[in-house]
Every structure is written in C-alpha cells, then in structure tokens.
Design a protein around this ligand. Structure first.
Ligand code: ZN
Length: 81
C-alpha cells in the first residue's frame, strides 16, 4: 500500500509510514482471514443414489447348506433302508 500523507510505499503490516511517520489506517491492514461460514446447502447424499446395502445372507451358502442337509438326510434315509 502507499502512505496517504506522502505516498511512500509502506510495507505490509507496517503501522506507521517509514517516510513521514504517519499512522497507517488499520482498515487497510489485511486482517486475519475470517473463517468462512459453512455453506448452508451442503450436499446431502441422496437416499436414492446412495442406498446402504442391506446385509443379506449369502444365498449360495444357504443353498449349499440346504443341499448338504438334504443330501445328508437322503443319505441317511437310503442308508437306513
Ligand atoms: Zn508517509
């Protein structure tokens, strides 16, 4: 920035002009970056696109188990007879 009194260049952060000693208006001093407010409209995951997968028991395992049970029962029936 430049001094309002003499127009000398003032380094950033300086409170007084190095040439004339005029106080630098604080408004011109870059203030700390204000934390930006969070956007109110945050992207909400749509339930239609992002559907939590339901826990479903693997059908292959169940089918294999049923087949095993049936085979075991059939084996026992044939064996007993
Ligand atoms: Zn000055």
């Amino acid at each position: 920035m430049f001094c309002e009194q003499c127009g000398a260049p003032i380094p950033e952060g300086a409170r007084f002009c190095e040439e004339c000693g005029a106080p630098v208006p604080q408004e011109a001093v870059p203030v700390a970056p204000v934390a930006q407010p969070e956007p109110k409209s945050q992207p909400i995951p749509r339930s239609g696109t992002v559907t939590p997968r339901r826990f479903s028991p693997p059908r292959l395992v169940i089918g294999a188990l049923i087949l095993a049970i049936l085979g075991y029962a059939a084996y026992w029936v044939l064996y007993m007879m």
